[in-house]
Design a protein around this ligand. Sequence first.
Ligand code: SUG
Length: 445
Amino acid sequence: MTHAREVNFDGLIGPTHNYAGLSPGNIASASNAGGVSRPKAAALQGLAKMNTLRSLGLTQGVLPPQQRPDLGALRAIGFSGDDEKILREAHESDPTLLAAIWSASSMWAANAATVSPSIDCADGRVHMTPANLISNYHRSLEHPTTTRMLRMIFSDQDAFCVHEPLPLQMRYADEGAANHVRFAPSHAEPGVEMFVYGFDREDPAGGARKYPSRQTRAACEAIARLHQLDPTRVVYTRQHPDAIDAGVFHNDVIATGNERVFLYHEQAFATSRSLITDIASPMGEPLVLVEAHDTDFTLEDAVASYLFNSQIVTLPDASMALIAPLESQENPRVDAFVQQMVASDDNPINAVHYLDVRESMRNGGGPACLRLRVVLNDEELRSVHQGVILTDELSQRLESWINERYPEELSADQLLDPKLARSLTDALDELTSILGLEGLYPFQR
Ligand code: SUG
């Protein structure tokens, strides 16, 4: 069997990271709207997380932030004139529009794409579908650059196939890997891919009531077809509408998995019992279930602590570690559950690392949101653009770049400043030369 490992590609948190309350149903985003953000601290927190994973012996990649403010998006809807005028008039027309074109939301790389490892795909290539993210305007601006970036990083067409995003229509609303979990006896072996949706055309009443669902079953089915997955090894399941209404806007806020381990809250899915058999029987091996009950902690605790947005990673010695946000440690019920899980011999998770990604958390993005997982064999890893694989040297260069270029703080009134906009464009120009991705951004073409 060829060796394969999961490589996490984290979104480098961009210099325009701010709190604008742009995502209905995302409670952290709504409750921190209008607050003052700390972009430099945010980016350094993200980089420290990437280095923690490296220190555990894992391969780590980095994805650059997008060009923001996206003045092209404003021109596309009829604003014209110099940058200062465009920014001012967009603000006058709608302050949330201005915030949207400044959003650093591409940091949440779990929403960049859905990825299927080559061992699962009939043509033997790694397949990726960039997410269209059409449920929220600020996020719908991401897919053109995301697609371009993935095609630059995974450019070897013998090894990788980066599709176009799905049609830009609600029927195909897609939020990427945040609603996708792959189970397998080990990363190198054929997997069973679970796609989670919130809304199904055949069952419109099944949707959430209070908050929007962001992923459709039709989108999931389209991705499984595009990736040439074996239909007997694909499972579709619906999010519990109560979970969405409690603030679970993506499945990775309430469930996660790694290899045979499935960690979830009992209220995550509309149908939990049959789901376990549906995954385990094509895999040919039982799952290791770690189920949190309402009596352990509630849906509200899950959303506030973001425990399920932890990364479960397989370490070089085949044991597993949980990379969890500090907010989980701060919730006594959730922490007690974690301590019990780590101490138990019933599952392979035997360490927890609580990390500080608070700046991202205040917008509803935990450790798992910040990364896109890509299972790669040795040959595939070699054909990835090596400029984005994190090393000590690259980490130091990124750290100096962040320290030099990022604002300490960002508040809503600064989004009107054309000088800030220009200086950030220069900073991104420098970043593409650090990463060897020249030509990525619209302003570079
Ligand atoms: O899409 N927040 C993101 C958080 C995404 C988290 N990703 C995963 N769960 N995988 C979202 O709701 C907030 C931006 C703001 O309000 O300023 C935002 O876009």
